[in-house]
Write a protein that binds this ligand. Sequence first.
Ligand SMILES: [Zn+2]
Ligand SMILES: [Zn+2]
Length: 167
Amino acid sequence: MVIDVTSIVKYEGAKLDFMLELKPPQFTFNGIDVLIEAPMQIQGSIVNNGSNLQMQARVNGEIQVQCDRCTAAMVEPIHFEFEELFILDSEGANKDDDSIVLNNHQINAEHLLCNQLILNLPLTFLCNEQCKGLCPECYADLNKAPCNCNNKQIDPRFAALKKLLDE
Ligand SMILES: [Zn+2]
Ligand SMILES: [Zn+2]
């Protein structure tokens, strides 16, 4: 899906409002599979500043991921705003710049959304702040019931102290 900016590229100060619904393909983020089952909304405006087009947009949707601790399937709501610059004159574009050089007066909305999602996803996904996770030995889900493993881990600082006391 593309956003066609032909109508504003020639006129400094011109503004284009847009509202799209699209569903990026599944992707992997920090080793986690991110699934998007329902289309996400991307809504905003693009203003012609003369040498560039400035986009301001907001993304709303949800993603399907797994809890980092217990691996349960969970839904993470996604809401963020972003700004992006598109350079109109590719001759004068600074290659070191993060800005995107615009070709054919078209913005690839799917590509843009995928990049922005990766920049804006949380670093951890937790089904619940108090999620107890899985037992490191038997992999039982400790949210459901404690397991029978003797996995009371000793804090390394106390372990060092205990060693001193034992000596
Ligand atoms: Zn969990
Ligand atoms: Zn266990």
